[in-house]
Design a binder for this molecule. Structure first.
Ligand SMILES: O=C1O[C@H](COP(=O)(O)O)[C@@H](O)[C@H](O)[C@H]1O
Length: 285
């Protein structure tokens, strides 16, 4: 069955060519969808990337967020993608994880497993969840060691500056503007040595988490930032004026960015771009 995005595309003779060029040439784009169309479009784009990287590299490395993102992956587990994607080539990671047992309702692994991973035949050994028996610092170290091993064995590609280069990173954005577990104003925003860091003081529960750092997020080949929510900051509290003075997009600007930004290395946003998407951040860029 064709999805509505494909139906729309089929009305335009060159559109499939354009769609594949999109991933070849690299671009940075904002697309706005209804929530239903977002799931359809996201599945289409993820499937395209899966095909491209599986063909080029023999592997497809995807880093997932938790939160609302997972429900927008729902079309990927349906026909035609359930049958056409080569799931055996997928390697799945988490851009951030709450340091809780894997069966805890707060676990990003549990969320992804229940809503997505358990429904597709990705080899269990290709699913890299955290060691939930360790405290945050240990879990972060072990996760970074795992990434380093996979970079060495070329399962994960490497950027020119030696960072892991994930084929696709799927980011959400919290109500305060956080991405991964990088929260506005938190010192971890400045971490530029570690690939994976940890925090014990997340403003959002639970407090103990590990997270990819900005250099790793920015090194990835493609990022889809899936933003579908309202933000807690509002024009009533006067922050909009301050945000505009600082050239920082505010919540209403972010709403206009719904829901996906895709890009590749040729137009790589820097951490400054991502920081600019965090509405209430107080930081000298
Ligand atoms: O705590 C987290 O929140 C963000 C955003 O989640 P959402 O439910 O507001 O979309 C998520 O991206 C992150 O992975 C998660 O740990």
């Amino acid at each position: 069955m064709k999805n509505s995005r494909n139906e729309k595309r089929s009305q335009h003779p060159n559109v499939e060519t354009q769609a594949s060029l999109k991933w070849e040439k690299g671009y940075k784009n904002v697309e706005v969808f209804s929530k239903e169309h977002l799931a359809v479009s996201l599945a289409y784009d993820v499937a395209q990337l899966s095909t491209k990287f599986t063909k080029e590299r023999g592997a497809f490395t995807v880093a997932l967020s938790g939160g609302s993102l997972i429900k927008y992956l729902r079309k990927l587990v349906d026909s035609p993608y359930a049958e056409t994607i080569d799931w055996s080539k997928w390697h799945v990671f988490w851009v951030d994880e709450r340091v809780v047992p894997k069966d805890n309702l707060e676990s990003n692994y549990k969320l992804a497993n229940d809503g997505f991973l358990s429904k597709v035949p990705i080899p269990p050994l290709n699913v890299y969840s955290i060691d939930d028996s360790l405290p945050p610092d240990g879990a972060a170290d072990v996760y970074e060691t795992t990434l380093r091993r996979l970079v060495t064995s070329n399962v994960i590609a490497t950027s020119t500056n030696g960072l892991p280069k994930f084929d696709l990173m799927l980011l959400g954005m919290g109500p305060d503007g956080h991405v991964a577990s990088l929260f506005p104003g938190h010192p971890l925003l400045n971490e530029d040595q570690k690939w994976i860091s940890f925090l014990n003081d997340s403003p959002k529960q639970p407090p103990e988490r590990i997270t990819f750092t900005f250099p790793v997020i920015n090194a990835s080949s493609n990022v889809a930032m899936v933003v579908t929510r309202e933000f807690t900051t509002s024009s009533k509290d006067g922050r909009r004026g301050r945000a505009l003075e600082q050239n920082v997009p505010y919540s209403s600007d972010l709403l206009a960015l719904q829901p996906s930004i895709q890009r590749s290395q040729e137009q790589t946003p820097t951490s400054k771009d991502l920081l600019a998407l965090q509405p209430s951040i107080q930081r000298l860029a």
